[in-house]
Design a protein around this ligand. Structure first.
Ligand SMILES: Cc1cc2nc3c(=O)[nH]c(=O)nc-3n(C[C@H](O)[C@H](O)[C@H](O)COP(=O)(O)OP(=O)(O)OC[C@H]3O[C@@H](n4cnc5c(N)ncnc54)[C@H](O)[C@@H]3O)c2cc1C
Length: 421
């Protein structure tokens, strides 16, 4: 399928979506491949995003509309690229598309409420459970159900399962737990690689307590905790006991600028914590936030945002390196220990909850692009810019605004491959 003047975009986050619509709107055919069952990437899972602090759907919905009305964009979700061969102007790519295991023409989440099988909710970073047949989230694109076949197979034949299947069928929805993946081979003239990032694995930070103590969470989890469609419907409460948070600490550079973990600065985490401190203050005006940092950087043009946050007298900024985080086993409070870098005094403070500001690790550091000629830096970010064109955080850590500019540039580079060949 496809051929001349076709751009393959791999990764359906804000960068991939942008590259796809920009290329399509100047007349290219675009194939957009996303591994998850929905588009939007990490941005879809945010509560609000700076600088305007609007909900992610503001920006995403406009782009979904652009995709919906452009017949030149073909979207494959649950899909990944297995192999690429060829050269700029003439690539052949093999795409594997996993089944959704459910034929859904109803587009409604209501009909799955009686699904008898619950699974950890990946959208909320496992902080709650969801149904094994589900709409990934309320604003998902595509607005289609997806099923976890492995989880469902365990309850096949039970009374609850049979009546659930019957109720689905009465609404025109059919489960097919034996559906097989599809393999597609496409000819394209150029490729944009926009596979983004994963949060650094905080369980590797032995002394910072993540995975051991429920009231130590990460910054991406904090986005979900504060979100109205998150596990607590936006209540910023402790995972251990549901108690409202009054006293919250942010530990900056959790694993970042550390040779044993991520040696580089992700540049976004400071602004993310400043933003998240405002979530707490808006939710609970009596609450206080403490940010422990090595260097606090308002990367880009966000100095005014930094000023706004630091003028709040209930947001405290301490230049201090936190080296130990542990739990009071009785209260489940979290104690942080370290050193105040300016005064040299020892820090030992107790909080209701602690957020670890972990960095952004390129997906390509874990899984390289199966394509010729792609070069990486020491951390796994893509550095080559001929042949496959990287876009967004697959190149370096960046905020959404910069991703939009970068991906538009990547789309232009991709278009250059499609002309005159
Ligand atoms: C805690 C935190 C808060 C933040 N808050 C803000 C904010 O308020 N404002 C702001 O501007 N920025 C913010 N950012 C930065 C923002 O998240 C990034 O700029 C943005 O996610 C980058 O988008 P992307 O499309 O490049 O990558 P991603 O969002 O990671 O999207 C990549 C997509 O590619 C898919 N994918 C991965 N591998 C494959 C594969 N092999 N095949 C197919 N698909 C694949 C993924 O599933 C994903 O959908 C924040 C970052 C953090 C850590």
């Amino acid at each position: 399928m496809a051929g001349e003047r076709t751009v393959l975009v791999v990764g359906g986050g804000i960068s991939g979506i942008t590259a796809a619509v920009e290329a399509a709107e100047v007349g290219c055919k675009v194939i957009l491949v996303e591994r998850l069952p929905y588009l939007g990437g990490r941005v879809a899972r945010m509560n609000k995003y700076f600088p305007k602090l609007c909900p992610p759907n503001c920006g995403l919905e406009i782009n979904f509309k652009r995709i919906r009305k452009n017949t030149d964009v073909t979207v494959y979700t649950l899909a990944s690229v297995e192999n690429v061969s060829g050269a700029p102007g003439a690539y052949t790519a093999t795409i594997k598309i996993l089944p959704r295991y459910v034929e859904d023409h109803s587009s409604t989440s209501k009909c799955v409420e009686d699904c008898p099988v619950d699974i950890p909710n990946e959208f909320n970073y496992g902080m709650d459970m969801t149904k094994a047949v589900r709409l990934p989230y309320e604003m998902a694109y595509p607005m289609n159900l997806v099923a976890d076949a492995e989880a469902l197979k365990k309850s096949v034949g039970s009374v609850g399962f049979n009546s659930f299947v019957e109720s689905l069928e009465s609404k025109g929805i059919r489960l097919d737990l034996e559906a097989k993946p599809e393999i597609l081979t496409v000819q394209v003239s150029s490729i944009v690689w926009a596979t983004g990032w994963v949060p650094y694995d905080a369980t590797k930070l032995d002394r910072l307590g993540f995975g051991k103590y429920p009231n130590v969470i990460t910054n991406v989890m904090m986005e979900r905790l504060a979100a109205p469609n998150g596990p607590t419907c936006g209540e910023i409460v402790r995972p251990s006991d549901g108690k409202k948070v009054y006293n919250l600490a942010f530990v900056q550079c959790a694993g970042s600028r550390d040779e044993n973990h991520l040696p580089y600065c992700s540049s976004i985490c400071c602004l993310a914590s400043l933003k998240q401190a405002t979530y707490l203050r808006d939710y609970n005006p009596d609450a206080e936030a403490h940010i422990f940092y090595i260097d606090l950087r308002a990367y880009g043009r966000f100095e005014y945002f930094f000023d706004r946050v630091r003028n709040d007298e209930k947001i405290h900024l301490t230049k201090g390196k936190i080296v130990n985080v542990y739990e009071d086993p009785v209260t489940k409070d979290i104690i942080v220990e370290g050193e105040d870098i300016l005064s040299g005094a020892r820090i030992r403070s107790t909080f209701d909850m602690v957020v670890l500001a972990t960095g952004m690790q390129p997906t390509t550091s874990i899984e390289k692009a199966p394509a010729p000629g792609v070069e990486y830096d020491d951390y796994g970010f893509i550095v080559s810019d001929t042949g496959i064109h990287a876009a967004g955080v697959s190149k370096r850590p960046m905020d959404v605004g910069t991703c939009l500019q970068d991906s538009t540039g990547a789309a232009l580079k991709a278009l250059q491959d499609t002309v005159g060949r």
